[in-house]
Design a protein around this ligand. Structure first.
Ligand code: HEM
Length: 421
């Protein structure tokens, strides 16, 4: 881990609000700010703008430091383990503060997390995902065929956003005719992640949660009567060595997590990456000439434009971190955006090069909570790229991309108009 830097400049370092996507400068280009923090204060004491009474935490921007915290299992994610007033409690959805067992891996620690993750991993295997390649290719091609009938199309609302929703719905074995409703609920569910949501967004997220809850219960009941060859049946059937299985409430919260963790992120990865390709025409031409570059390009999408900007871990007891005293319950904010552009780790880090193909970025986090859906996300991005490069070599930006999507912690475009050529 890095040493504490003794000297700081007189000009105050950015803090709190300035380090969120709600700050227009940060939203437009976070990297000058993150570069400065990494250079001048790699372990920056961070006061949270919206929860000023919570203990001040650290904001880490170096790849090595971010990796070290991810790898250290003593840090917490379960808000119930943290003291009153912690940021973990402030940010957690209310159900994650209740004592009842749930299957939302992101909010579990230790043995509870290992049990739930072990069970779902038996169903959601890389092999099961790889078998879905033809189905995913068909979904991508179908969405693009519809889009291609227009002179230009919004690559977010007409492709990147629905694509992962239809893929996970298909994997889970949900009925095709229910997909438009499933899409609408899945899109509204993400407001859960925004602690600053408006009352209207709050209503939509509650309605989406309730609607999805009854859909999931019905689908579970249907499979009890009539098991099928799909991911939901496999999750329900998963047993560990002791014969233990996930309960129905655990399965329902796990399914919510699959939607919450997988949809917006994959859509943003595709949107951010396509924008990078369209603004680096030489890289697009290289991909069109050699579609096998879709594999390393996927990694560069994730390194260069990671959809999850930050992650956090909570400090289990007062302790020094990188030489800074940090209080119990404080958040260590891990800047995935910053770490993925660390010049110590990546040569010329602000250059977008699809041949770079480095998989050691932290777009998928790390340690015990490393993204469970990474193999699926990689496959979806690679297929999207291959289909686009093969069918639409003349694709280009049709209008300036629109960024202003106010969600803390997620980076993506609201609108990306492309002409398919
Ligand atoms: C490009 C797309 C994706 C990105 C960038 C991404 C990113 C991440 C990150 C950073 C974490 C760790 C968060 C933390 O430790 O604080 C995570 C966890 C997780 N992701 Fe993804 N994700 C993506 C796609 C998916 C997909 C498609 C799924 C499933 C359908 C998924 C399911 C999960 C789950 C279940 C976890 C929680 C794992 C645990 O806590 O043990 N993700 N993801």
């Amino acid at each position: 881990m890095s040493e504490l830097k003794p000297e700081t400049r007189a000009e105050p370092l950015p803090n709190g609000f300035e380090l969120t996507e709600l700050n227009p400068d940060f939203l437009r280009d976070p990297h000058p700010i993150l570069d400065r923090l990494r250079e001048e204060a790699p372990q920056h004491v961070h006061a949270h703008a919206h929860f000023p009474d919570a203990p001040g935490g650290l904001y880490l921007t170096r790849l090595e430091d971010v990796r070290a915290i991810f790898a250290d299992a003593s840090y917490q994610r379960d808000p119930r383990q943290t003291p009153p007033g912690s940021l973990a409690r402030a940010f957690a959805p209310p159900a994650m503060l209740a004592p009842e067992p749930h299957g939302n891996l992101l909010y579990l620690d230790g043995a509870q997390h290992r049990r739930a993750r072990g069970l779902v991993s038996r169903a959601f295997t890389p092999k099961a995902i790889a078998q879905k390649r033809p189905a995913i290719e068909a979904i991508a091609a179908d969405l693009l065929e519809r889009a291609a009938q227009k002179p230009d199309f919004d690559a977010i609302s007409e492709f990147a956003a629905p694509y992962p929703i239809y893929v996970i719905g298909d994997m889970l074995g949900f009925p095709r005719d229910g997909m438009p409703q499933f899409r609408a609920w899945s899109e509204d569910l993400v407001f859960i992640f925004n602690p600053l949501r408006t009352p209207e967004q709050d209503q939509r997220q509650i309605a989406a949660y309730t609607g999805l809850q009854s859909l999931f219960s019905e689908e579970i009941a249907r499979r009890r009567r009539d098991p099928s060859d799909d991911l939901l049946t496999a999750i329900m059937a998963a047993r560990d060595e002791a014969g233990d299985a996930l309960s129905e409430p655990e399965i329902i919260s796990l399914l919510m997590l699959l939607l919450l963790a997988g949809n917006l992120t994959t859509a943003d990865a595709i949107g951010n990456g396509l924008h990078a390709l369209m603004t680096h025409p030489g890289e697009w031409a290289a991909l069109v000439a050699d579609p096998s570059l879709a594999v390393p390009a996927t990694e560069e999408f994730l390194r260069f434009g990671p959809p999850v900007a930050i992650s956090a871990r909570y400090v289990p007891e007062d302790r020094p971190i990188l030489g800074c005293p940090v209080r119990q319950g404080a958040a260590v904010v891990l800047s995935l955006l910053g770490a993925n552009r660390d010049p110590e780790a990546f040569e010329d880090p602000h250059a977008f090069r699809i041949r770079r193909g480095r998989r050691d970025h932290v777009a998928f986090g790390g340690g015990a909570h490393a993204c469970l859906g990474a193999p699926l996300a990689r496959l979806e991005i690679e297929i999207a790229l291959s289909v686009l490069a093969a069918r639409y070599p003349g694709m280009r930006l049709a209008a300036p991309a629109v960024r202003d999507r106010p969600t803390i912690g997620f980076v993506g475009f609201r609108e990306l108009r492309l002409s398919l050529g």
